[in-house]
Design a protein around this ligand. Structure first.
Ligand SMILES: [Zn+2]
Length: 118
């Protein structure tokens, strides 16, 4: 159902959906406001879309930074653990050798040192 409004300027009747009076061009406030609000809404939607894009790309970049950081930390931890393991196993080898030498030494001198001194 069409609603007719009366022009405040010239008194002519016209469809309320029209933004302006078709006879004198005077703007009909509610219709104009509606159009303005629509434009504002569109602008807001556009802005929000841009904002979401920005957040999305920011999250993407942040995710990449986090991934790189995690990878770097993992590599560093692997290097440290690997280095520790290598140095420890080297120490173990050396210890084993020392132990063997010591045991050999003991083997040679056991009878001499294990006297009834205690
Ligand atoms: Zn008019």
């Amino acid at each position: 159902m069409e609603k007719l409004i009366v022009c405040a300027s010239c008194g002519a009747e016209y469809d309320s959906e029209l933004v302006r009076c078709p006879y004198c061009g005077t703007a009909y406030a509610p219709a104009e406001e509606k159009e303005y609000m629509q434009q504002l809404d569109e602008t807001r939607k556009e802005l929000e879309a841009h904002k979401e894009d920005g957040i999305k790309s920011m999250k993407k970049g942040l995710g990449r930074v986090i991934l790189l950081t995690v990878l770097a930390v993992a590599v560093i931890v692997l290097l440290i653990v690997g280095g520790l393991w290598l140095s420890k196993s080297g120490e173990n080898d050396r210890d084993a050798k020392k132990k063997e030498e010591f045991l050999n030494h003991l083997g040679v001198t056991t009878q001499a040192e294990e006297g009834p001194e205690r």
